[in-house]
Unconditional design. Structure first.
Length: 237
């Protein structure tokens, strides 16, 4: 194989590697994974809002229950005094009885409020349970997609490693100065630094080479590096 045939081999392998890297960064599963991750974040934000509301309601409910218990305790204290014989004066008894009634009424009112808050929390709780289930589903899906992405990447990486090995062999057959000219052209010309001359046409730019220049190209020594007058790529004859 001539050195320029080896260069074409290098070009083919570089193009293959470029395609593999492109596939690696534009995996279809990656796009789905990104969408799934942002869908999960949306649900998580909604769950956070509901969790915080529920937390507030639970605190409110507990405050009513605590106050109801404290009022109940006060009523019980009065109840004891009413029946332990320590209060005998009729007016005093009446006053205590009135306090007791007021406290029991207040207790009942507080208990009602606690129940109202608890009932208000119920749909929120159901909503939160639904959102939490959605998060579990999203996490499972994200894990599955992540594994698919990893598998696809590992496969591409294996392929890339093979291509790199083959390129190392092929590039060995190309003079160093040709390799550096090729790499500079490839960097400038969208990844294609060397192209075959087929008939009078450059396979890099697909333009016909004018006949005068074509003669020069054809008569150049075999080991000379000739470039396409149209696109500047290294022509392999
Ligand atoms: Zn060309």
């Amino acid at each position: 194989m001539g050195s320029l045939d080896a260069l074409i081999e290098v070009q083919l392998l570089d193009t293959t590697a470029d395609q593999l890297r492109h596939q690696r960064s534009t995996l279809a599963q990656l796009e789905v994974l990104t969408a799934a991750t942002s869908a999960r974040a949306e649900v998580a934000a909604r769950a956070e809002v509901q969790r915080s509301r529920l937390h507030d309601l639970r605190r409110e409910q507990k405050a009513f229950e605590d106050e109801a218990a404290s009022v109940e305790q006060k009523a019980a204290d009065i109840d004891r005094k009413l029946y332990d014989g320590s209060v005998v004066a009729h007016k005093e008894l009446e006053a205590f009885q009135a306090d007791h009634r007021a406290l029991k009424a207040r207790q009942s009112e507080l208990e009602d409020r606690a129940i109202e808050v608890m009932e208000a929390a119920e749909p929120l709780e159901a909503d939160l349970a639904e959102l939490d289930q959605q998060l579990v589903d999203h996490d499972e899906r994200i894990a599955r997609l992540g594994a698919e992405v990893d598998t696809a990447r590992a496969e591409l990486d294996r392929h890339l490693a093979e291509v790199a090995e083959q390129r190392a062999v092929a590039v060995d057959g190309v003079p160093a100065e040709v390799v550096s000219a090729y790499e500079a052209t490839r960097g400038r010309m969208g990844g294609i630094g060397a192209a075959r001359l087929v008939g009078n046409r450059c396979e890099g730019c697909h333009l016909e080479i004018p006949s005068a220049q074509l003669e020069e190209v054809r008569h150049a020594p075999d080991d000379a590096v000739v470039t396409c007058p149209e696109c500047g790529r290294i022509l392999v004859r």
